[in-house]
Design a protein around this ligand. Sequence first.
Ligand code: FES
Length: 350
Amino acid sequence: MAKDPKDLAVVEAHDEHDYETGLAVIAADKLADPGIEPHRVRMTDKSVKHEKAAARQVALMFFVSILGSAFAIWAYYAFPFDGVNANSLRINTVFLGLGITLGLFGIGVGAVHWAKTLMPDAEVSEERHLTRGTEDVRAAAVEIIRLADQESGFSRRKLIRRTLYGALALFPIPAIVLFSDLGPSPKDSLRHTMWGKGKLRLTRDPDGTPIKASDVQIGSVFHVIPEGLVDLEAPDLLNEKAKAAVLLVRLDPSEITQKQRDWGYDGIVAYSKICTHVGCPVALYEQHTHHLLCPCHQSTFDLANDCAVVFGPASRPLPQLKIEVDAEGYLVAPGDFAEPVGPSFWERKA
Ligand code: FES
């Protein structure tokens, strides 16, 4: 029964429906419904002065949200991540996070404070009904919305309404700004590696000393980088190494395919070390089975059969790097891989 004149409507709880209880256990001493707490009049209900103060506090919180969102946008450009220095990333993240936090905090606290101090606080209970109401019910709903607008002062309180619009309009913008981190476009950098410079010697990782064909014994594995890579500075060094790293192995020439013989040198074959699943370094070689294993998700490649996938989630063989021997007996790569190395990317055809 509605006792408080501020209540919109209070529908008395109906008796429980009759239904089969099935296997459900009905406790004989179930707790009685405690009902709704008696309504307590707030200071903002009694005093115009308190009401106005609360309205200013709500507007202030929405204004704080506006400042926070604007600060996040400013901080994104004022403290950019330079792509190298981890400290610049830390500062960028901290200030960006601080601004977005304030943006959310202001809207959240403002909305709660508005509801708790200025909107009607009468509790209303309503019986469940069919999803679509009758025309009368729908008309009543419209009336309730109109009443809610009137009582919350949404249309009347211009300061609150406008600052809320401002807060909501600005809040998503930091997220939009973050989309610029998706650029710049990699263009065709995913299709080429440093080996494309041509006639580069195969050198040991990490010291960069060149490898002679005679250094490579059957069963031995070399972790290889292109000549000149060690002279690069960060971040180019890591970016290039992440694409150009190679595994070099010597097998019995009678155990490998014709393509491997053509692209290798006397049983020495070179393969991209970048897993075709999601790009981990394939670094484990099982000499007896000629299997290369990726430690991340156990993709297994058959080195004696063009590095075909024999197990795991990788969907393509590791690309082979064509190698030769120069006049001094050092292993060289005459050109780049014939296909992009590593995992699939959106524009890759095969
Ligand atoms: Fe190699 Fe997943 S990255 S199996």
